[in-house]
Design a protein around this ligand. Structure first.
Ligand SMILES: Nc1ncnc2c1ncn2[C@@H]1O[C@H](COP(=O)(O)OP(=O)(O)OP(=O)(O)O)[C@@H](O)[C@H]1O
Ligand SMILES: [Mg+2]
Length: 376
């Protein structure tokens, strides 16, 4: 008795520890659920086999006794021989077993994957909510810092060095605000049902973005060009598309060396399959092949040593947002880049369906032509 007490105490300690882990550790809890589901599946499989063997045995015994009864009464009515009847029973049993086991495996597969992915889904949701909340909380103090600094700058008695410091503070605050806005957009895009797609004038969105970037490009000695003979309407969201083009143009300008005769060109062209192609190409530093595989990942930044002194400080969220917005538009993205020579981002977007007024306006334009060639 004295010997069993320590074992008993040890067992109780283990059980308490297990219960504690089960209650407070999400991954432990999930593992336990998955193991229990697997055990349940195994038990049910054994039950199915148990039933199948019993069913086959009983059916065969019934067939044999029926046949003996028929022979004894002298009124043989069966058209099948006994081996044929037994074969039929075997096939039926195999068929039923197969159907029941497949249904059970599919059902348990679904349950197990749901249970196994539950903690991951939970922590992803928590992470997104956390990022969104933090970004939201930081936005207001940033705006206050910027306003206060701007007010300070109005003081004519400021020494040149203090003025310079305050100006730098505003640049940094602007940069931080942009990162926070990117974070908030990313958070918003990740929520379901977040974007309404309507007929949008892509040309005017591009012009607005280019106008906003003229002074940045000028300060870096880079020429900005637009090539648009199309004026297309795409099925999209103007605010989101503005963000896409802003990110691409800003990257193109920032990752092109300053005052070295660089240029950035935005082109709009028709593409196959009722789509519009938007190209942003630059003559900048280019993207190494290894970086290309990762640039759409949130917070990924390319080889910063190459970019040092060329780009402004960055968060690595720009292209992740571009990628998500284009995905929500049902678009495509292709990148061509050569280190030291430049990069071209090509996006295609679906055109907006023509309205009745547009169709009538086109019809009123004049002669239309169709030719059919059967000579081949
Ligand atoms: N046009 C480009 N030329 C060269 N490198 C580029 C270009 N566009 C993107 N990159 C590389 O891809 C990386 C990811 O770009 P992304 O826009 O996502 O982030 P970022 O510019 O570093 O930061 P953010 O846009 O959030 O301020 C960049 O760090 C840069 O190395
Ligand atoms: Mg960027």
């Amino acid at each position: 008795m004295a010997k069993t007490i320590p074992y008993l105490k040890q067992s109780v300690a283990w059980v308490t520890d297990l219960i504690h882990k089960y209650r407070y550790n999400l991954f432990y809890k999930t593992t336990t659920h998955v193991i229990l589901l697997q055990v349940a599946l195994t038990l049910l499989t054994i039950l199915v086999f148990w039933w199948a063997i019993g069913y086959a045995q009983q059916s065969i015994i019934d067939s044999i006794s029926n046949r003996i009864a028929e022979i004894a009464s002298g009124a043989a009515t069966s058209t099948q021989s006994l081996p044929e009847t037994i074969d039929e029973v075997r096939e039926n049993t195999l068929g039923y077993t197969f159907i029941i086991l497949t249904a059970l495996s599919a059902f348990f597969g679904l349950l197990i994957s749901r249970f196994a992915l539950w903690p991951t889904r939970n922590s992803l949701q928590f992470q997104k909510r956390f990022i969104g909340n933090v970004a939201h909380e930081i936005r207001t103090p940033m705006a206050i810092i910027k306003t206060n600094t701007e007010v300070e700058l109005m003081d004519p008695k400021l020494s040149p060095s203090v003025r310079e410091t305050l100006k730098e503070t505003i640049v940094e605050v602007d940069r931080m605000s942009e990162t926070i806005n990117n974070l908030l957009t990313f958070d918003k895009l990740m929520r379901p049902g977040r974007m309404e797609l309507i007929s949008t004038d892509l040309g005017s969105v591009i012009e607005t973005v280019i106008d906003h970037h003229r002074s940045l490009a000028k300060s870096r000695g880079i020429t900005l060009n637009i090539e648009n003979n199309l004026n297309p309407r795409v099925l999209g969201n103007a605010v989101a598309l503005d963000q896409v083009i802003t990110n691409l143009v800003k990257n193109a300008v920032n990752y092109t060396p300053a005052n070295a005769g660089g240029s950035v060109t935005v082109t709009l062209e028709p593409a196959s399959g009722k789509r519009v192609s938007l190209t942003v190409s630059d003559t900048g530093i280019g993207i190494a092949q290894n970086d290309l595989y990762h640039i759409f990942e949130p917070f990924y930044r390319g080889d910063t040593s190459r970019a040092r002194g060329i780009g402004t400080g960055s968060s690595g969220l720009g292209l992740a947002i571009v990628n998500e917005i284009i995905r929500l538009h049902g678009g495509t993205i292709t990148i061509r880049s050569a280190v030291g020579q430049g990069t071209t981002f090509k996006i295609t977007l679906p055109m907006a369906p023509e309205t009745q007024a547009q169709i009538e306006a086109r019809d009123a334009e004049g002669v239309h032509e169709l030719s059919v060639d059967f000579s081949q």
